[in-house]
Write a protein that binds this ligand. Structure first.
Ligand code: 3EB
Length: 334
């Protein structure tokens, strides 16, 4: 038997309401295809991205309670005994341009974390309306990176522990910048991917401010370990590979995931990541017409046991067609 995981994340077919009213160990319920501005409870996180394929799922995070909920400025949170989930949705019709909105979101996030018993963000998800709109350095993703860097203000040379992250484009007609996170009392173990240049070292051509995230973090609590994987695309070194070839992009993304997991094994020594029923994958797809090809490729190359959903989302470089994000359990060898 494995130790009880400290974060139990799963996809469920029952409704968000059922999870929000039924159980006292629920930290978060993510509902897809809904405006982030319509959260009905601090634990309820509507996400604008539409789920592709069926059946329709909600994502549920459970952990040890008691769970305390509340609001803090524009942030809503649920705090369990050992970890906190928080989410922010900014109405872009009111908060100014993307750089300013991103800076505001990260200011709120940081001021919240500073006074929280769970000060360390382990992973942050960013959903950005119209992410590829604008050209060159005006592209909204680059503006988002600028605003994040304005708020976070660290010199990457200091090498502070960085959270893992995902940054994906959401439908432009839902004008909400959404940032949500998982945080704990201790930082995770940062893992970089030997096949990829660290994102905070990306060269200038990708934007005026590099993205600030680690390729993955390992959450260690109560003897259990989980790998929080950043959004992983078909990037080798710092370059996009397999332009216009969605199946190859998916395979390359999976090679990056395996490589990252192997590096985690090297760092943790005795633990092996398994793509098994205790984990979950999210596959972001730019063009819904690619769903079947991506599904078949994934089914052929990843274990069937690991639950997965497909979400329509734009990827932060306009030549990327798909990206993988996930939570994976680590087990002690022997
Ligand atoms: C990449 O590999 C894809 O800006 O927070 C992945 C995960 C990506 C997180 C972020 C960006 C971010 O560069 C892009």
């Amino acid at each position: 038997m494995s130790e009880l995981l400290s974060l139990r994340a799963s996809y469920q077919e029952s409704s968000a309401d059922q999870w929000l009213s039924g159980s006292d160990d629920v930290l978060a319920v993510f509902e897809f295809g809904r405006s982030p501005l319509d959260s009905v409870d601090p634990r309820h996180v509507p996400v604008a991205l539409n789920q592709l394929g069926s059946p329709k799922m909600v994502e549920v995070w459970r952990c040890g309670g008691p769970i305390k909920t509340g609001s803090w400025d524009k942030l809503r949170f649920a705090q369990g005994e050992q970890m906190t989930m928080g989410h922010i949705a900014l109405d872009l019709r009111r908060t100014g341009d993307m750089r300013e909105s991103s800076r505001l979101a990260y200011d709120i996030l940081q001021t919240y974390l500073q006074q929280s018993p769970h000060q360390w963000p382990l992973k942050i998800w960013n959903y950005i309306p119209g992410i590829n709109q604008g050209s060159g350095d005006e592209e909204l993703y680059r503006q988002f990176c600028l605003g994040r860097a304005d708020a976070v203000l660290t010199d990457p040379a200091d090498r502070p522990p960085l959270p893992a992250a995902t940054a994906i484009g959401s439908p432009a007609e839902v004008p909400a910048l959404q940032v949500y996170f998982l945080a704990a009392a201790l930082p995770g173990l940062d893992v970089e991917n030997p096949r990829q240049v660290s994102a905070w070292r990306y060269p200038r051509q990708y934007g005026p401010k590099s993205p600030l995230f680690s390729r993955g973090t390992v959450l260690r609590l109560n003897g259990s370990q989980q790998f929080l994987i950043s959004g992983t695309a078909s990037v080798v070194g710092h370059q996009t590979h397999h332009e216009n070839q969605v199946a190859n992009q998916l395979s390359e993304s999976l090679r990056n995931v395996w490589s990252l997991l192997e590096e985690g094994h090297r760092l943790t020594g005795d633990s092996h990541a398994q793509l098994d029923s205790e984990g979950m994958l999210k596959i972001y797809i730019r063009d819904p017409e690619h769903l079947e090809l991506i599904r078949t490729t994934l089914d052929a190359e990843a274990p069937a046991e690991i639950p997965r959903i497909y979400l329509q989302g734009d990827i932060c470089r306009d030549n990327l067609l798909t990206e993988i994000d996930g939570i994976v359990s680590l087990r002690r060898a022997g």
